[in-house]
Design a binder for this molecule. Structure first.
Ligand SMILES: *[C@@H]1O[C@H](CO)[C@@H](O)[C@H](O)[C@H]1NC(C)=O
Ligand SMILES: *[C@@H]1O[C@H](CO)[C@@H](O)[C@H](O)[C@H]1NC(C)=O
Length: 236
């Protein structure tokens, strides 16, 4: 009997240990803040596309046969269709009054036509908003309820700018394609009136090597998360 009991106790501890690690990796983004910022600086996305920020959400980006993994390289043939986006993260304020700020995800290319000569950059590839924030389905009973963990799943989103698949031209090397999560700087939970950029090139501004930064500034939005991939044309 004692042997049985200790067997079950062991299984219980091993199992709960596994769940704890899994939950922590998936939900406590703060543990990997430094890695994300480090990767973004290494890829020179900070400060080229945006400045250093405090990550509140991580962006999961899934195509049928590929996913964005903070700097992996994907063949353009795998990203022709709009990906499924999921925002995962925690903020103290999001759920305090049961309302959520309107979240927006952008996809921008700072390397058009090439990283060496980005005179068309940035190109706005996608702007999608009204990303819904949902409370987690599970109860994690670690008592950390004040810092509520929320899981956002894109279900009711609407496109401000439709998805244009990455299409790096021949012989232009690797392009960085950067996914950016944005929320209103003032934390409002009111609906935003986001203006569609006039053009994809330079995000409609007449400034080379600019785009997302200017649009976000004009809309009163700040960066709260990012992910990125590399793509290049087969012909180099
Ligand atoms: C994903 O890969 C499978 C197997 O190689 C293929 O049949 C399918 O067409 C691919 N889907 C897309 C969207 O590329
Ligand atoms: C908060 O920011 C949004 C987005 O820029 C703006 O529309 C709204 O008027 C601001 N609200 C307040 C109270 O400043």
């Amino acid at each position: 009997m004692a042997v049985f009991l200790s067997f079950f106790v062991c299984v219980f501890f091993v199992a709960s240990g596994l769940f704890a690690v899994d939950a922590q990796q998936q939900l406590l983004f703060k543990d990997s803040d430094l890695d994300l910022i480090y990767e973004l600086k290494k890829a020179e996305i900070i400060p080229t596309v945006f400045d250093e920020f405090k990550p509140l959400v991580s962006i999961s980006v899934q195509w049928a046969n590929a996913s964005a993994e903070y700097g992996n390289t994907i063949n353009p043939s795998h990203t022709q269709k709009e990906p499924k986006i999921e925002l995962i993260g925690s903020t103290p304020s999001f759920l305090s009054n049961g309302k959520t700020p309107q979240l927006t995800v952008a996809l921008t290319d700072p390397d058009a036509p090439s990283r060496d000569n980005p005179e068309w950059s940035e190109i706005c590839h996608w702007l999608t908003t009204d990303v819904d924030l949902r409370k987690p389905d599970h109860d994690d009973d670690d008592g950390d309820e004040e810092d509520l963990i929320s899981k956002a799943i894109r279900i009711l989103n609407s496109d401000v700018m439709p998805y244009k698949p990455p299409g790096p031209p021949p012989k232009t090397g690797k392009h960085r394609y950067v996914f950016v999560a944005l929320m209103p700087k003032n934390g409002t939970t009111d609906s935003l009136h986001l203006v569609k950029p006039d053009d994809r090139q330079h995000w409609g501004y007449k400034h080379e090597r600019n785009g997302l930064r200017m649009w976000a500034e004009d809309m009163g939005l700040e960066v709260i998360g990012a992910n990125f991939i590399y793509e290049q044309n087969d012909e180099q």
